[in-house]
Design a protein around this ligand. Sequence first.
Ligand code: ATP
Ligand code: MG
Length: 390
Amino acid sequence: MNPLLLIRYGEIALKGKNRPFFENKLLQNIKESLKGLEPFQVSFRRGRYYVKIDGENLFSAQRRLQQVFGIVSISPVFPAKLDLEEICRQALKLLKDSYKPGTTFKINTRRANKNFPYTSPEINNLAGAYLLKSNLELKVDVHNPEIIINIDIRDKEAYLYSQSLPGPGGLPVGVTGKGLLLLSGGIDSPVAGWMALKRGIDIEALHFHSPPFTGDSALNKVVDLCHLLAAYSREITLHLAPFTKVQKEIRLKCPESILITLMRRVMFRVAERLAVKRNIPVIFTGESLGQVASQTLENLVAINEVADLPILRPLIGFDKEDIINIARKINSFPISVRPFDDCCTLFIPRHPVTRPALEELKKAEENIPLEELIAYCLDNIETKHIRPGC
Ligand code: ATP
Ligand code: MG
């Protein structure tokens, strides 16, 4: 018989009266993630989800579920009739899947159905004895076994499982609200986006590009990063804003040392207006304190000054090494390090200011047609809807 997939959640269990809201959202996200693998059925009982799916799609389903935030683990579960003999046979089959001569094992029974005529310890003993009588070379180890055969005695059938695949943890995407991610093609911002998704934020992404200085390859990087993030959230809406005009104006009319800070201030103004238009209450970035000259505390303050919406920086206290480790884990790293220029790497000043004076920034901004530039960026945004891996 085909296994079912048993899905467990983590932090949701701690929620009080709101729990059904989180549980329903996770149910919806599980169904959404399995789209294209029909036919399947998802059911929910006593804090656990069960997915019934055809054998040929089982592996793909497992892989997709491992990217659904809120899930902590997934086990392929084998149903058996409520009959001790059959349960023992199924336990043996399960054990054979991971068997090596000399394997140690333990049986762990939970009897929710108290009408079943054997208690949990009795089932442990009887099934254990059955396995030891087989012609396999086995040993029982109740403290540190290599294989644990779990037997759940339920109302209509028994469920057996031994494997547990890790889920990504976190909260179901969408439960905490929406955020606008400033997404470059670099290493940090995709990780920041992933961390926002992990805490249940449904993100839209905004990327500034500078054609013809940044080409299709740079844009493809961003699109590919969105494909990757979309695997965690079913779809990413990506807004592409043209930034060439802004950069040209700033470069021509403002002091070189404050160029990056000025560019960021324009980006944040555009981001805020787009967020308000899209009904998004918060902006996310990949900035990390002190990582580069434009991320000193003084620069972050100067950049924040232009926006009223809260700006969240999930990586603020992370070392680059920590960020790279996450980027490798989620596979964004190989995309991020593709060697194509981003709009900000094009015009890096030789001596960027680390402690900008607000007055100097404001004065420089008087030299450029700020409102016109912001309106141009907003009016020429191109929006794409990006699904996982396609
Ligand atoms: P990243 O690896 O995310 O590019 P970084 O360390 O290179 O970060 P910066 O280039 O200074 O840092 O960018 C800081 C943040 O500003 C980024 O994390 C991102 O949120 C935002 N940002 C930078 N460039 C762009 C861009 N072209 N489009 C949208 N957001 C951007
Ligand atoms: Mg960058």
